[in-house]
Design a protein around this ligand. Sequence first.
Ligand SMILES: *[C@@H]1O[C@H](CO)[C@@H](O)[C@H](O)[C@H]1NC(C)=O
Ligand SMILES: *[C@@H]1O[C@H](CO)[C@@H](O)[C@H](O)[C@H]1NC(C)=O
Ligand SMILES: *[C@@H]1O[C@H](CO)[C@@H](O)[C@H](O)[C@H]1NC(C)=O
Ligand SMILES: *[C@@H]1O[C@H](CO)[C@@H](O)[C@H](O)[C@H]1NC(C)=O
Ligand SMILES: *[C@@H]1O[C@H](CO)[C@@H](O)[C@H](O)[C@H]1NC(C)=O
Ligand SMILES: *[C@@H]1O[C@H](CO)[C@@H](O)[C@H](O)[C@H]1NC(C)=O
Length: 393
Amino acid sequence: MFSSNGATWKTILILAIYTFIVLVCWEKFPKFSWTTVVTTPMNPKFSTEISTISTISKSPKKRNVTIYAATTYYHDLINSDFVLRRCPELKEFCKVTNKFSDADTADAFVFHSRNFYETSHTLPLLKNIRKPDVPWIIWNIESPSHEKLPGEKNLFNWTMTYKRDSDFSARYGALEKLNKTSNISLEEIWSFKNKTATWLGSNCETPNHRFRLVQLMIQKGLEADIWGSCGKPTGLCDGVLKQTEPCVLDLIRPYKFYLAIENSNCKDYVTEKFWKSLEDRMTVPIVLRRKTVQDLGVPDSAYIAVDDFETLDEFIQHVIKVGSDKNMYLKYHEWRKDYRVIFDNGFYGWCQLCRRLQDPEEVKRNRKSYEDVERWHSFEMCDDNYTIKFMTK
Ligand SMILES: *[C@@H]1O[C@H](CO)[C@@H](O)[C@H](O)[C@H]1NC(C)=O
Ligand SMILES: *[C@@H]1O[C@H](CO)[C@@H](O)[C@H](O)[C@H]1NC(C)=O
Ligand SMILES: *[C@@H]1O[C@H](CO)[C@@H](O)[C@H](O)[C@H]1NC(C)=O
Ligand SMILES: *[C@@H]1O[C@H](CO)[C@@H](O)[C@H](O)[C@H]1NC(C)=O
Ligand SMILES: *[C@@H]1O[C@H](CO)[C@@H](O)[C@H](O)[C@H]1NC(C)=O
Ligand SMILES: *[C@@H]1O[C@H](CO)[C@@H](O)[C@H](O)[C@H]1NC(C)=O
């Protein structure tokens, strides 16, 4: 206790001079260790100030980082080559490992939601070695209708999903505005389009009844070929992971329209089939709700939405009209002059993650914890019954 103001000021002055000397030594003689400073008995208020000052005076250093993948990705082992395919240059400083022995020294942990069950034995150990500056990330590319995220509270710091409000993006694709108008020939597109509509589907029973909707469209007069396990066999071209195979491209390219109706009707949930039909397949995608695609920044003229029409019949009449009128049809390809398609397949976020981890200050600045990540993922996100209203009139 200080008995008078004079004594207090004297003490503060002495402490301030002492602090100043310590700081000068700290800057001039790197061997003068931090431990010496904090163990010196002094007013805790001053030691807090010192630590603030020293943080500011030291420039943030970029570091090499290791990310531990605690699960597989649909049974595929996760490593740098697999997940940094969009940014191979980052492998220089960013190592992705699935070895449990690397977990202890890793700078971040990633869990793929669908494979989270694989951690049933390791999770308690991982929790034991968990450090506050090592963020845990949940990675997911499925909609809430098909995937529940782990229910445990405050388990994850960051998210990597297709949702736009994720910390890192696991989007399936995007459009990027070109700086210069491209000279793409729309006439050429028309020249190889001699079939109407198609759908390549391997998941026939979905909560939003999309297969029934497609069947109803055909029944009501839409010319559409269904390929895959829901329709005619395609040999080796069927399946979500086959989306980039050349045989799929050859199969789909002659069609004018692609039924890019997702397996569930959820906010931001637009998958590879939509982006692929825009990209090299050069088809006009047909989606269920305009709003969902609009939110992702796709120009309105690039696709047809079922919900632009009062009834399924009106929608089908429109598709038939557009398909038989070259000028009308090519209007749906005009956007190609101003944009290019980026096909991501859910890996883009890994590049963003490496870059953030590289700077420990960035990690601290983004300190965060999802109290209920499953609610964040699913609450009021889907309306699978939305499809039904087009089946009843
Ligand atoms: C990071 O790793 C590279 C080799 O990949 C090495 O050349 C470099 O010195 C490392 N940098 C740091 C800060 O450790
Ligand atoms: C457009 O220009 C900017 C700035 O030069 C560049 O960063 C961007 O990659 C360019 N976009 C495309 C699609 O080339
Ligand atoms: C577009 O321009 C490039 C050169 O910039 C040229 O090679 C190509 O043939 C042009 N394409 C068309 C369809 O005019
Ligand atoms: C469309 O054109 C391809 C060749 O480009 C041909 O093999 C196919 O039979 C044609 N289909 C129809 C429906 O005309
Ligand atoms: C991660 O979450 C845990 C638990 O909520 C928290 O203690 C820790 O500070 C968080 N770390 C980061 C980097 O956000
Ligand atoms: C969807 O509709 C079915 C039957 O029409 C009903 O049983 C179900 O509760 C509805 N689901 C939602 C989420 O409203």
